[in-house]
Design a protein. Structure first.
Length: 291
């Protein structure tokens, strides 16, 4: 993804560069030290010496600032974007950024800029079970969920963010290498360098996988089991929890609500939702299918 810039792109980047206070101070001190080490001279010789020093200083500011702007202090190749997944980093391979969880060698996803043809090829070549436009996320985003049958992956999430140049920024994540909550938190907290995000002021809700239950966006998984899931909900309040239960009741009309418990219409399945301080807990009860 880190392809060389052409001359026009370099010039646009150079014009947009604005050195920080720290960079200015470093440059100023180096110039001062360089000047103070010179012996005092007179006449044309002095003019030529000053001319050389000034030319060197200008070149230092331009080149040093441009390099600082390009590589920054982030050596993880994630300088194109930031998000809330602090334990997931990227490594550039060819024109892709391969995503890894910290201290793990198996990739959990990737990032790539794709053309319209490449986007369509990804969609057509995979069994996509869900196609959904994500409203009120930071950028116009289309989501696809692919059904995957491998040892370590059950579903693959595909996200396409429309780019201003007719291309798309493509993100993919593998579940359960990343939990559902982590995947949506990544896309909701995503900030692309150079593009202003749309900030939605209300709580967003999404479905995890193919299920009907809706979950708040912004959850951090603590423990995930078959019959119980516990999340940290940093933004949780009592009012927000009540509003969430009301949203579940409205969006799942086939589920009967009894307090903070939701019962499938035939009584076979139940979901109990509780909030303890910032911990949001789901307890699932399934009907006995044994005959």
């Amino acid at each position: 993804m880190n392809k060389p810039l052409d001359e026009k792109e370099k010039w646009i980047l150079l014009k947009s560069f604005n050195p920080s206070y720290v960079q200015k101070e470093v440059t100023r001190k180096r110039i001062h030290n360089s000047i103070s080490q010179k012996t005092s001279t007179h006449g044309p010789h002095l003019f030529l010496q000053w001319k050389g020093i000034l030319a060197t200083c200008v070149l230092f500011v331009i080149c040093g600032g441009l390099i600082w702007h390009l590589i920054g202090e982030n050596k993880s190749n994630r300088s194109l974007f930031t998000w809330a997944l602090s334990d997931v980093h990227g490594e550039s391979i060819n024109e892709e950024i391969i995503l890894y969880r910290e201290e793990e060698e198996v990739p959990v996803g990737k990032v790539k800029v794709v053309t319209e043809d490449e986007k369509n090829q990804i969609i057509r070549s995979s069994p996509m079970f869900v196609n959904e436009q994500l409203d009120n996320f930071p950028y116009p985003t289309t989501m696809y969920i692919e059904h995957v049958k491998t040892i370590d992956t059950m579903q693959r999430y595909h996200f396409f963010i429309e780019d201003i140049n007719g291309k798309s920024i493509y993100f993919s994540f593998d579940y359960p290498k990343l939990e559902y909550a982590e995947i949506f938190d990544a896309m909701y907290s995503l900030r692309l360098n150079g593009r202003e995000p749309h900030i939605y002021q209300e709580q967003l809700y999404v479905r995890h996988g193919y299920g009907e239950m809706i979950f708040p966006v912004g959850l951090q998984p603590l423990t995930i089991d078959t019959d119980k899931e516990v999340y940290l909900w940093e933004e949780a309040t009592n009012e927000g929890f009540i509003a969430y239960l009301n949203q579940v009741e409205q969006r799942l009309p086939a589920w009967k609500r009894e307090g903070n418990t939701f019962i499938w219409f035939n009584g076979e399945n139940t979901i109990k939702v509780t909030l303890d301080n910032k911990e949001l807990t789901y307890e699932f009860t399934y009907a006995n299918t044994e005959e």
